[in-house]
Write a protein that binds this ligand. Structure first.
Ligand SMILES: NC(=O)c1ccc[n+]([C@@H]2O[C@H](COP(=O)([O-])OP(=O)(O)OC[C@H]3O[C@@H](n4cnc5c(N)ncnc54)[C@H](OP(=O)(O)O)[C@@H]3O)[C@@H](O)[C@H]2O)c1
Length: 338
């Protein structure tokens, strides 16, 4: 049986400007009792996502996280009590538990997960991260062998998978990331053909050098100046996959739209398409099986960046927005008991 009390992290206030750990407040609250049809989950790993920051300001695909409420976030947990016959004690589930040690949620809001390899893979390569890369690149970008793919936030959770999937598809792959160490890791460890440090050089010029035949597919996680720099190097009939805009989340003054829109979209006949990974959830089992197979065959290396303890969640998110992470960031809250 769980303890009576647990820790949770609330959003203390809607951030102004850059997010700070002082925008959060930890507190101790009673462990909830599951009601009719509810399941009590012991949280094992919490996913830390760039999108967490956007949720605090509203205007996204989900409700705004309001001050005084538990910080929202996806997690993997184990069932410790169940009033829903579809779930048994010991089941591993994925849910939006928020940043806490225990959550009671209706069974219909949970997804039962079957671990394949380490539990953490359910949040990284076999979770939202891997599936975002898979569906965005393969269903929207559709790279062909010999084409050039550029990916931004390339050393992050989604980007590091996108680049490896593009390599597996036979493309030339150029990553854009925020440090020399990250660029070296992309090329030396993940097999990217080239990497550009956007903090150190002009992106448009660097893409011209590293993608001499132009860019056929641009998988963009960043928006802003990086987007503009790659847009000018797109080939006719190129595809731009708009996955996110992390450069615009952690500020009160998002930059103006990039130059070249819509002019270059017209003259180069570009296809620019946004997506949310949930759009493809009916095809999740196939994606998961394929990604697991690629990991088993050594075609994808799984990069995870794990911080320890629920109290580390605020700093983990602040750090991610500053580019501290390499690969999928998550918080280890507890070990599985069953
Ligand atoms: N469409 C969907 O369904 C979906 C699902 C999941 C995620 N996403 C999006 O995918 C993107 C990546 O998310 P993630 O959770 O995987 O995070 P992540 O890439 O692991 O971490 C974010 C990275 O963004 C980079 N970054 C931060 N500020 C930047 C700036 N101003 N300019 C350029 N790069 C910046 C940092 O790396 P550097 O050191 O390189 O700066 C940081 O490591 C986000 O835009 C997110 O919203 C979309």
């Amino acid at each position: 049986m769980p303890a009576d009390q647990m820790r949770e992290i609330t959003l203390a206030k809607t951030p102004e400007g850059k997010l700070d750990v002082a925008d959060f407040a930890p507190r101790t609250v009673p462990v909830p009792t599951p009601g009719d049809g509810e399941v009590l989950i012991r949280v094992l790993y919490i996913s830390i996502d760039a999108a967490n920051r956007a949720w605090m300001q509203g205007r996204t695909y989900r409700e705004q996280v309001l001050p005084g409420t538990r910080m929202a976030g996806g997690a993997i947990g184990e069932v410790v009590a169940s009033n829903d016959p579809a779930f048994a004690v010991g089941d591993i589930v994925e849910a939006d538990t928020g940043w806490c040690e225990y959550a009671a949620l209706p069974g219909k809001l949970l997804e039962k997960r079957t671990p394949r390899g380490p539990l953490t893979h359910l949040l990284s390569i076999l979770g939202i991260t891997g599936k975002t890369a898979y569906f965005g690149l393969l269903h929207i970008g559709k790279p062909k062998a010999g084409e050039t793919v550029v990916v931004s936030a390339a050393a992050g959770a989604v980007g590091s998978v996108v680049g490896q999937l593009a390599k597996a598809a036979g493309a030339r792959v150029v990553g854009i990331a925020g440090s020399a160490d990250k660029c070296a890791w992309l090329v030396n460890d993940l097999g990217f053909d080239a990497a550009i440090n956007y903090r150190d050089e002009n992106v448009m010029k660097a893409v011209k050098r590293e993608a001499p035949d132009g860019v056929d597919v641009f998988f963009d996680n960043v928006g802003g100046d990086v987007f503009e720099g790659v847009l000018f190097r797109m080939n006719t009939h190129g595809r731009i996959v708009c996955c996110g805009a992390v450069s615009q989340y952690d500020t009160d003054t998002p930059s103006h739209g990039p130059r070249g829109v819509p002019g270059l979209i017209v003259t180069k006949r570009l296809k620019v398409e946004g997506f949310i990974v949930m759009d493809f959830f009916d095809q999740s089992p196939q994606a998961e099986a394929e990604l697991a197979g690629m990991v088993a065959q050594g075609k994808i290396k799984v990069a995870e960046d794990i911080t320890e303890g629920i109290e580390s969640a605020p700093a983990a998110l602040v750090g991610l927005l500053n580019g501290d992470n390499v690969g999928k960031r998550m918080v280890h809250v507890a070990d599985r008991t069953n």
